[in-house]
Design a binder for this molecule. Sequence first.
Ligand SMILES: C[S@@+](CC[C@H](N)C(=O)[O-])C[C@H]1O[C@@H](n2cnc3c(N)ncnc32)[C@H](O)[C@@H]1O
Length: 346
Amino acid sequence: MPLISEFMTSALSPRHAQRLEICYLSQINPDDGTAVKHGFSQSPKTLPPRYLYDERGSQLFEQICELPEYYPTRTEAAILANCVDELARLTGPCELIELGSGSSTKTRRLLDAYQALSPKLHYVPIDVSAEILVASARDLLDAYPSLFVRGLAGTYEQGLAQLGASSQAARLVLFLGSTLGNFAPAASDRFLAQLAAALAPGDYFLLGIDLRKDARILEAAYNDRQGITAAFNRNVLAHLNWRFQADFDLELFQHRAVYNRDAHQIEMYLDCQQACQVHLAALAWTAEFAAGESIRTEISRKFDLAALSQVLTQHQLVPLQHWQDAPQWFAVILCQRSAATASRDR
Ligand SMILES: C[S@@+](CC[C@H](N)C(=O)[O-])C[C@H]1O[C@@H](n2cnc3c(N)ncnc32)[C@H](O)[C@@H]1O
């Protein structure tokens, strides 16, 4: 297999060229806007959360991770720092694959632990936000001289379909940051079924999840005082403006994030302050917004550990061990793909 993918479009520096492959999967399956048109035809209007992440959205998310109110990143990082050696002992050497890898900052703890186990270090980050994927891969190659990176720039579905043969006897798929919480239950079931089907029996899945807690803590985390989350939320419209040549006026939309206690999820909205029409030229399509109408841009489900463990087991992803912080705000679960065939039709 060539080290530089035929789908590579950006220039690589010579010192990285032999250890970096980037596949631009979204160039093979370009975004035709179907999901946007579908979401804007719903009531309330919705958008897939992946549109929150273009280059600017990823930069804003990195700033969110540093906010005092946003506890998930530092809590999960602390759990990982404490558990990675035990984790690596449990799994043995693995190829590391990461879904929604972003800056791969927390991944460094895992790379440290797996590097100590085996000189062969292979990492496959998958992220829809190509700029942060490539920049993070380059930083990792500088920090880890024996590392090989095969970055897949595309959606989770596109990336999982392109895994190919493993470079190690086993694989460990990372899904950190409680990103699973962005899926509604039915979509989560479809995602877990696809993941289980992509893994071989004996492979591992490491999942970081945000747990249920006082609504005031949750709402503060998504309504920070500096307004970074509001800028991140509004940026979804700037993303649609460049991707689909749309004409959203960002000033007309206001950020709102609330905890829905019945559904156990944070819901993030953009509330339209004034009736308007928005034309998406690349889709030859116009969307109407009434004054006071909302677009739901993200859900972030907060999990019950026991209930989620059952769901994972139903998908042949059997929890082996989990680690938590002392106040039990966040958990990291290690699962193993069981030998039974995963059901795809849940
Ligand atoms: C909540 S952030 C988490 C980033 C990082 N894993 C962490 O724990 O800090 C979600 C990441 O997933 C990526 N992402 C969102 N939707 C995606 C999708 N449908 N397919 C692939 N990547 C996606 C985003 O670009 C972003 O980097």
